[in-house]
Design a protein around this ligand. Structure first.
Ligand code: SF4
Ligand code: F3S
Length: 111
């Protein structure tokens, strides 16, 4: 198994998660992060750190699509280990439906 980042992260991108991961397996896109499923050691410490509940174990139902997205983008986006300022309008995007359509394939800056 692995943990994955889901739709709730899109345009919120709070980055609290990256500070606690013991194996630095978060990767940064323009408007969300993903977890590298082959690097995640399933410790679970990042899950409660996310203010919008965007991190879930992939054993939960209906997360197949997000496992694919995490797997795909973790290979091409840069690694991120240090939290930066979230987007200025992050709060407005909390809990909004259908954010998957807004997922940017572009990489973030990483660190
Ligand atoms: Fe990192 Fe642990 Fe979260 Fe996996 S479950 S991404 S290893 S903090
Ligand atoms: Fe995204 Fe939550 Fe991390 S919003 S960047 S998964 S703290």
């Amino acid at each position: 198994m692995t943990y994955i980042v889901n739709e709730s992260c899109i345009k919120c991108k709070y980055m609290d998660c990256v500070e606690v991961c013991p194996v630095d397996c978060f990767y940064e896109g323009e408007n969300m992060l993903v977890i590298h499923p082959d690097e995640c050691i399933d410790c679970g410490v990042c899950e409660p750190e996310c203010p919008v509940d965007a991190i879930k174990p992939d054993t939960e139902p209906r997360l197949e699509k997000w496992l694919e997205i995490n797997t795909q983008y973790a290979q091409i986006w840069p690694n991120i280990t240090v939290k930066r300022e979230p987007p200025p309008d992050a709060k407005e995007w909390e809990g909004k439906p259908d954010k998957v359509n807004l997922l940017s394939p572009n990489p973030g800056t990483g660190d």
